[in-house]
Design a protein around this ligand. Sequence first.
Ligand code: URA
Length: 317
Amino acid sequence: MTQMRLDRFLAEEGVGTRSEVKKLVRSGRVRVNGTEVRQPEYKIDPEKDSIEAEGRAIGQTGFLYLMMNKPGGVLSATRDGRTQTVINLVQESWANKLFPAGRLDKDTEGFVLLTNDGMLAHRLLSPRRHVSKTYFAIVSGIVTENDVRLFREGLDIGEKRKTLPAQLVRLTVDGDFLEEKINRQDSRSEKQPPQPDSPLLVSRAQMQEFCMRGIALSDYARCGEGECCVAVAVTEGKFHQIKRMFEAVGREVRFLKRIAIGTVCLDRTLESGQYRPLTEEELGMLRNVEGSAEAPDDNSEEQKELCSGKEENIDVL
Ligand code: URA
């Protein structure tokens, strides 16, 4: 392992003179593995650590972006003494430069972005930006129109504030939107279909695309008797958020899979545990992602964990 001082590394990489880079580091504009470091004497391993100065990757590797279909039972973390992590599944020699941008529960499956780009991860997870995350879920019982309304209006899940408006869509096991099926029947019987009364987080067309492209037949096949399939989009990342929201309406989440981050959809051809680089188009979509309107910053769990740098939380910026 070759360790060297951070300021020396930056100066040798041509970022500035030794005194310029010291100032840069002290001003908080340098990140090591996604975490702000303000000590010029901080020791790094140039072969392993990813260094950013003012949002620009310094050194050989550059920025890396992988879309992974996380399997259940694997931690969204960089390292863990006992349990396999998403990073352990990456075969490439530079795997240790990556971290997961955000956390999914151990039993949650689906889209995890693995990157060394701390700024992008921060933007996608910032509670201020409200970037939507869309999930496929199998839940107990029959989700009703009233549940859809409660999700839209916000739920008490035991936090200081109600949850922000979430978009809940009931799906039929053949992947259709239940509401649309009913609407089609209603329009045949000349009954007016209900109009949405508030702006949608994710357009109907986009939600339909996420469901079509992100949910595999084998996911629908998990839906058993007395359960139903839904898609749900949220713009915050509180601890166990989706599970707690369903709990608040008296239901239990039996299976959960993230199918989209912002407008980028999970590639359903990725088998469980597989990954691939993001395409240029997908990366552009994440870079240009626009969240919904500003709302109070209550420091979501995801963000707190991301910024804490605690090894057990692992997401390190
Ligand atoms: N909500 C949950 O309950 N779990 C997750 O993993 C993600 C969102």
